[in-house]
Design a binder for this molecule. Structure first.
Ligand code: NAD
Ligand code: ZN
Length: 256
């Protein structure tokens, strides 16, 4: 059943979106759970089973790198078969309308791109899981040959150009943030009149610094998440609801 738009918070969200001319959408793992990708912190997720491997551990030993690739190839099929859901489509409709000028995402699943948002409107703060790069010379590597070699002999990939370590193009805890993405995210954050934080527990920094930056710079801050977040006190509006139906109702987009 469709969520009633008579609910005050959803109506307020709809009004804020209607009044915005330069909005930024900031997303976390919560926008992709409806697509079947478990989030990070809700219980029972695939990430719940294992503590994430820190960057310094990845570079420290063959054994950790092997474990990292083992986990990656276990999680990959879940991400590969996922398709964008109502939440992604509602965001895409706001970008197409010109209301949203940038989507800053912590997600690595590529579903915003798949929902039809042009690449130049998407800022990936934590990288992308669909390819790998050399940590030394940044050469790009496709995953399939790496996967085959790994499944055959648990061979850990090494850069063919420089001998450096090859790692999925995602940003691990402890790894340096991508400079271009951080710069672009900051510029859009400082330029927006509405900042919509959607499906993030807002505990992972520096990403979670952007909602506060937007608010301090005079933008309206909305947090849409099914549970409380660390930054609720900063928000002009907190909407504790399911993302897909709420965004569908608040954007009026035909995304069912
Ligand atoms: P998180 O797991 O810390 O927070 C997700 C939040 O979304 C939770 O508070 C949860 O209650 C809420 N949520 C989940 N489904 C929801 C729904 N349908 N409606 C409303 N709320 C919902 O995720 P985070 O803040 O993005 O931080 C986790 C880190 O792990 C990120 O940096 C990200 O890079 C990575 N990650 C990415 C993916 C992905 O790409 N899909 C998945 C898991 C983890
Ligand atoms: Zn290299």
């Amino acid at each position: 059943m469709a969520l009633s738009t008579d609910q005050g918070d959803v109506a307020s969200l709809r009004d804020l979106i209607a009044d915005a001319s330069q909005a930024v959408v900031f997303t976390g793992a919560g926008i992709s759970t409806e697509s079947g990708i478990p989030d990070f912190r809700s219980p029972g997720g695939i990430w719940d089973l294992n503590k994430p491997i820190q960057f310094q551990d990845f570079v420290a030993s063959d054994e950790m790198r092997r474990e990292y690739w083992r986990r990656k190839f276990k999680v990959d099929p879940v991400i590969k078969k996922a398709v964008p859901n109502r939440g992604h489509r509602a965001v895409a409709s706001l970008v197409a309308r010109g209301t949203v000028c940038a989507v800053i995402t912590q997600n690595i699943d590529g579903l915003h791109q798949e929902s039809g948002i042009p690449d130049d409107k998407i800022i990936e703060l934590h990288g992308n899981s669909t390819y790998a790069t050399c940590l030394d010379c940044a050469e790009r590597y496709e995953l399939e040959p790496i996967r085959e070699a790994f499944l055959d002999h648990e061979t850990i990939p090494i850069c063919q150009s420089c001998g450096g370590m090859v790692k999925p193009a995602t940003i691990s805890f402890g790894q340096q943030m991508p400079e271009d993405a951080m710069r672009a995210a900051e510029a859009h954050t400082l330029n927006c009149d509405l900042f919509l934080a959607i499906g993030s527990s807002l505990v992972v920094y520096p990403a979670a610094g952007f909602p506060v930056m937007a608010k301090q710079n005079g933008a309206q801050l909305v947090i849409l998440n099914r549970e409380a977040t660390e930054l609720d006190a900063w928000a002009d509006l907190v909407v504790n609801r399911e993302i897909g139906p709420t965004l569908a109702a608040a954007t009026g987009a035909n995304v069912a």
